[in-house]
Design a protein around this ligand. Structure first.
Ligand code: FES
Length: 131
C-alpha cells in the first residue's frame, strides 16, 4: 500500500512537547467544493498537546460553539485539566475533546489522527476533516 505522504503534516518533535504544553500547527486550506464561495481568510490550525498523563492529543483548534480558535494564548482552564475556549468559556475534556461545560456542552472538538514516527508527531490528513 502506498501512503500519500503529502497528506501527512509534521507537527514537530514529540520529545520537546512538554506536559501541559500546546503546539499550534497550521492546517492546509481545504479544497473548494463545487459551488462553494471562496473563503480567503479561512485558515484552520491544529492544537497538538501533551496531557498531564503524558499522552499526546491532536484536535482542530476550533470551538464547537462558534468556529473560532480556542486560544490564542492560554488553552487550559485554571486547573490545567481541561482545554478552555477563551471566547465564551467552554470547557473540553483533554482526553476525548468532549465539551463538559459551556454553550456547546455535549459536542466534541474534532480529533485529528496522528502517529509518532522517528520521534516526530505527524498529523494524518488523509481523511478530510469535517467543517
Ligand atoms: S466560541 Fe467557544 S464557547 Fe463560544
Amino acid at each position: 500500500m502506498v501512503r500519500d505522504v503529502s497528506k501527512h503534516l509534521n507537527a514537530g518533535a514529540a520529545a520537546t512537547l512538554s506536559s501541559g504544553e500546546v503546539r499550534v500547527v497550521s492546517l492546509p486550506k481545504p479544497p473548494r467544493r463545487d459551488g462553494e464561495r471562496a473563503r480567503p481568510n479561512y485558515f484552520r490550525t491544529a492544537i497538538v498537546l501533551r496531557d498531564h498523563d503524558g499522552h499526546i492529543r491532536a484536535y482542530v483548534n476550533e470551538c464547537r460553539h462558534i468556529p473560532v480558535p480556542l486560544g490564542p494564548r492560554d488553552y487550559f482552564d485554571d486547573g490545567k485539566r481541561h482545554l478552555m475556549c477563551r471566547t465564551h468559556g467552554a470547557i473540553f475534556d483533554l482526553a476525548d475533546g468532549y465539551c463538559v461545560a459551556g454553550p456547546c456542552k455535549g459536542d466534541r472538538l474534532i480529533p485529528i489522527p496522528f502517529f509518532v514516527r522517528d520521534g516526530i508527531v505527524t498529523l494524518d490528513l488523509t481523511q478530510a476533516l469535517p467543517l
